[in-house]
Design a protein. Structure first.
Length: 313
């Protein structure tokens, strides 16, 4: 009987079904935090307190059986949450847990201030890019897996795309020119939800001094001249979309035509859909509420799961 129990205990650990997470208590596991401290990630402070991170092994010898997923939130959101505009990835993580994933296979951190009052102050800054790229690298090393999946939302889409593609950029508020390094070639699946890859039309009428909408590292979509263009799109977006490096082996987008943040139809100039990821393999499009900017993230766990597991929508 004792011998039988010894063999069953590891099986129970592998097959255990985890319940819904408590956002206010969520934080990287002790094992992951210890590993980060031992492997030159201590100064990154990825845990950032309860409610601002998720993921990691329950104990050091726990095996990772599924390709890990990293969730990257949007502007002024956080890793996990339970309020209308700061729900983070609570719904998605809970859905993946219900399908047999474990915390050692699901990861999220908070890359910005998580303060809605600072919404228009956020832009594609070097510190955000560096933090996201470092976390992607840390998860791969920690889990010892050959591939990683990434699911990103809103501003997290364009930040994640640049973090993966790497290369040079320019941030005048953080020492000017930088080089993130070579492309990360181990991303299996990239899902961009409600992104603004071609900019946001409302930025045309916004305060030109708003970091979120400026033409260097913001979402400025450019302008038309005698019906031609667009010209003058944000330098960051122009370089990002012209970079030939692929974000992943499989690229998908999920977006809505009733997105009040991205704009009506998720359109920019010439009828182009800004939420489509360049080079994507497929997309899921929603046309009615409640699938707005946040609903298209919080209410599509089943779609995200299907894309990750079957590489189709």
């Amino acid at each position: 009987m004792k011998s039988l129990l010894i063999h069953l205990i590891p099986l129970f650990v592998v097959c255990q079904v985890y319940g819904d997470i408590e956002p206010n208590e969520s934080i990287l596991s002790n094992d992951f935090q210890d590993w980060l401290d031992r492997n030159s990630y201590q100064t990154d402070r990825f845990a950032s307190g309860k409610g601002y991170s998720y993921g990691g092994r329950s104990f050091r010898s726990q095996l990772v059986h599924k390709t890990p997923i990293i969730f990257i939130h949007g502007n002024s959101d956080q890793a996990v949450g339970n309020t209308e505009f700061q729900s983070g990835w609570t719904s998605s993580i809970n859905y993946f847990l219900s399908k047999g994933y474990r915390p050692c296979e699901l990861y999220a951190i908070t890359w910005g201030p998580a303060d809605i009052s600072l919404f228009f102050q956020q832009y594609h800054s070097l510190p955000y890019l560096f933090r996201i790229r470092r976390f992607i690298q840390a998860v791969k090393e920690y889990t010892n897996q050959s591939k990683i999946h990434i699911i990103a939302h809103s501003m997290g889409v364009t930040l994640a795309r640049k973090a993966i593609k790497g290369g040079i950029g320019y941030d005048p508020l953080h020492d000017g020119y930088y080089n993130l390094g070579s492309p990360l070639s181990f991303i299996e699946t990239f899902i961009g939800i409600a992104g603004a890859n071609q900019g946001i039309m409302s930025c045309v009428e916004s305060d030109p001094m708003s970091p979120m909408c400026d033409d260097t590292n913001g979402f400025y979509p450019g302008y038309l001249l005698s019906g031609s263009g667009p010209f003058g799109m944000s330098t960051f977006l122009t370089e990002l979309n012209s970079n030939p490096a692929k974000e992943a082996q499989y690229i998908f987008s999920i977006w809505s035509k009733v997105d009040s943040v991205i704009g009506a139809g998720s359109l920019v100039y010439n009828g182009k859909v800004t939420s489509r990821c360049p080079g994507q393999n497929g997309e899921r499009v929603y046309t009615t509420f409640p699938y707005g900017h946040h609903g298209v993230k919080d209410l599509t766990g089943d779609v995200q799961y299907n894309i990750i597991t079957n590489h189709q929508v």
